[in-house]
Design a binder for this molecule. Structure first.
Ligand SMILES: Cc1cc2nc3c(=O)[nH]c(=O)nc-3n(C[C@H](O)[C@H](O)[C@H](O)COP(=O)(O)O)c2cc1C
Length: 319
């Protein structure tokens, strides 16, 4: 199946910058879009909820002005992430604003429900749903999502356990629609590898934490620059769902990263941990790919690096 033009036409590289709780805000999203990759943010990052109207108005206007000034190189489209879970009391409000502003791409996480897809389809938008296994992938498409984000082992934040090769191969046996792959993708070569494995685009999060535009404190950005795969801990203790976090932030919270208790998944709450430390704010999410991040840079420089590496990888393989 041909990819929808929204995922190809204005993209300099086959990359969607993933939504990052707390970290993504309009300055980061706009920098991502202007650098030529799909930019995104979680709706929940706009607080209070009325701020989402302001953010969407500002992003829409800013991108229109940018496109008018750069007709030969318009910005890539943007995406808004909706957490589809009972703990998200804002879903209906936030979704209505996506309809109002005709947000081109909606990324749904944690739950797949037909109503979200129908609302986004009503104005011609597309929904990409993130999943960590083939069963959830199947259910998301049956409920009307347009595309899938396969979140494989090593991804930052809530992450799966499956090898990207296994996950993509199983999904591609029955699904020929838009497929994105996530999990420790942090080089242009890895973007090409995702495509070689069968994905259409790479979905990249953690490297954007160490950008100048990211809304993260310096210590967090620096930990991404200094960290590598060995510094990442996989645990469900903080939110009830398994995810990858920086070991140094767990230690700083006075916890033993090698002996974290198991959480009760029925108490899952995306934002508020029941553990005394705040997931995302105190316990820093990160994927395993951060060894490739060597400096805090503007988004544009990060995308320049990814593009150069992507071209080199293609040349190396004589594509
Ligand atoms: C700090 C952090 C916050 C995240 N917040 C969200 C979120 O709010 N919504 C969501 O769907 N995914 C969230 N994720 C997951 C990412 O969207 C994406 O799946 C992941 O970053 C991809 O793996 P990578 O970080 O190794 O590139 C978060 C990830 C990190 C590292």
């Amino acid at each position: 199946m041909a990819l929808p033009s929204i995922l190809t036409e204005r993209l300099r590289l086959p990359i969607v910058a993933s939504p990052l709780f707390i970290v993504s805000h309009p300055a980061l999203t706009l920098a991502q879009c202007k650098a030529g990759v799909v930019g995104s943010f979680p709706a929940l990052n706009a607080r209070p909820e009325s701020q989402l109207d302001e953010w969407l108005g500002m992003i829409t206007e800013d991108l229109a002005a940018y496109d008018a000034a750069n007709p030969d190189r318009p910005a890539a489209p943007f995406a808004v992430n909706q957490i589809v879970h009972t703990s998200n009391k804002r879903l209906e409000h936030d979704l209505m604003l996506c309809v109002k502003y005709k947000v081109p791409i909606v990324i749904s996480s944690l739950g797949a429900v037909p109503e979200v897809n129908a609302a986004v389809h009503s104005y011609g938008g597309i929904v990409l749903h993130d999943i960590i296994n083939n069963r959830h992938a199947n259910s998301a498409i049956r409920k009307g999502a347009d595309g899938l984000i396969a979140v494989a082992a090593g991804a930052g934040g809530h992450a799966g356990r499956l090898s990207p090769f296994a996950l993509v191969q199983e999904i591609r046996e029955w699904f020929d629609g838009p497929l994105l792959l996530a999990g420790a993708i942090a080089t242009g070569g890895a973007v090409l590898a995702a495509q070689a494995a069968g994905a259409d685009l790479a979905y990249i999060g953690s490297p954007f934490i160490a950008t100048e535009e990211a809304r993260a404190i310096d210590g967090y950005k620096q930990a991404i620059v200094e960290g590598s795969a060995a510094d990442i801990v996989y645990s469900n203790y903080f939110t009830g769902v398994h995810g990858n976090y920086l070991k140094s932030s767990i230690l700083a919270a006075g916890l033993d990263p090698d002996n974290l208790p198991e959480a009760d998944p029925s108490k899952m709450d995306f934002e508020a941990a029941t553990t005394g430390v705040k997931a995302w704010k105190d316990i820093w999410g990160s994927g395993q790919g951060i060894g490739a991040v060597k400096a805090i840079q503007p988004v544009a420089k990060l995308i320049d690096r990814l593009e150069a590496e992507y071209r080199q990888a293609r040349a190396r393989l004589a594509l």
